[in-house]
Design a protein around this ligand. Structure first.
Ligand SMILES: [Zn+2]
Length: 350
């Protein structure tokens, strides 16, 4: 993260220095993104618009808590893809690569799906599994995440040893740790989503999970809150599994199913609590198998002189050509999103 912070700073400087003097060059890397007929740029403009509003409020909260490192990472995410360099009809940007950026998370997610789909599609009869626990308050969250990861490791090691002794089946799968906030009870629910190759694995994991958490007279884990079901659409379930940490928008009362999405809110303080608790923790992982080797793409850093610059100004919802004032995507914020971002970001104390 520190590394990418530096890159952004350098790029921002060199671009600023070049404005108005197009004889100078600017550095770009990689293949960039296609510009012509690329509808995903509209999504990116929307992500950037949401990201910005969310990050500004996260910055307020982190600053107030004195969390300097996190404040820095939030600013990094805030500036992600603010400037785009257009060269040969392709767009180049500097990506913050933080977990707090909706643009980078979307890229990371697509990348994971592309890597895992070809492997998982060969699994015989995949199951989607959810492993949960009783919820905790904010002050217990980091410790709970530690325990959750430890519990899974213990279970995985046990199955591994059994398999090595020839006394059990090989347990493999992918898993991701997610945490949502319940604004009504002010609680957090770190839980796993997994995809495993067959029903037998799903059953074993559920059994062991309950055993782990309900030992020594303790009861952390109810039977009815552990789920598994057959995977019907592998793509849909991969998307469901490969999420990064938490949702951006939350319903104020998750138990009231009648309410429609209109009352969604961004609970900034809760989101910052989750970000703090997950810091340095791996969110997505595989267990019991490896991916086929893949070629590393070269960065291919080069200087170009013939370029256009597009910038996402502080109050804008689109990238604007710094010479002509032209809009890049034509994205207009829908009225409900505008309302949400201006009126429904909640930074109240718990
Ligand atoms: Zn980013």
């Amino acid at each position: 993260m520190e590394h990418s912070a530096k890159q952004i700073y350098t790029l921002a400087q060199s671009v600023t220095a070049n404005e108005g003097k197009k004889t100078q060059s600017v550095q770009i890397a990689g293949n960039g993104t296609e510009m012509i007929g690329n509808e995903s740029l509209l999504n990116r403009a929307q992500r950037k618009t949401i990201s910005r509003a969310m990050l500004l409020s996260l910055i307020d909260v982190a600053k107030e808590k004195g969390a300097t490192e996190r404040t820095k990472s939030y600013w990094n995410a805030y500036y992600c893809c603010t400037k785009l360099i257009q060269h040969n009809n392709r767009l180049h940007a500097n990506y913050c690569k933080t977990r707090y950026c909706t643009i980078c998370n979307a890229i990371r997610k697509a990348d994971k799906i592309n890597k895992y789909y070809p492997v998982l599609k060969n699994w015989e009869n995949p199951y989607f599994v959810t492993l949960t626990l009783k919820t905790v308050k904010a002050n217990a969250l980091r410790n709970r995440i530690y325990e959750v990861k430890k519990a899974f490791k213990t279970i995985n090691n046990k199955f591994k040893k059994r398999y090595q002794r020839g006394k059990g089946m090989k347990i493999i799968g992918i898993k991701s740790l997610e945490c949502n906030f319940n604004p009504k009870d002010k609680t957090y629910n770190p839980h796993y989503h997994l995809i495993v190759p067959n029903r037998q694995t799903a059953i074993l994991l559920k059994q062991e999970w309950k055993k782990q958490w309900n030992r020594n007279g303790q009861f952390h884990c109810s039977n009815k809150a552990q789920h598994f079901r057959e995977v019907e659409s592998l793509e849909r379930d991969l998307i469901e599994t490969i999420k990064y940490g938490t949702k951006v928008f939350t319903e104020p009362d998750p138990n009231n199913k009648k309410r429609i999405k209109k009352d969604m809110k961004i609970y900034t303080r809760a989101m910052d609590n989750i970000n703090a608790a997950f810091k340095g923790k791996r969110i997505f992982d595989r267990f019991g198998f490896n991916l086929p080797q893949q070629e590393e793409k070269e960065a291919n850093v080069r200087s170009v002189e013939n370029y256009k610059l597009w910038e996402f100004a502080p109050d804008a919802t689109d990238w604007i050509n710094t010479d002509t004032g032209e809009c890049l995507t034509g994205y207009n914020m829908p009225i409900d999103l505008k309302y949400l971002l201006s009126e429904c970001i909640d930074i109240d104390k718990e």
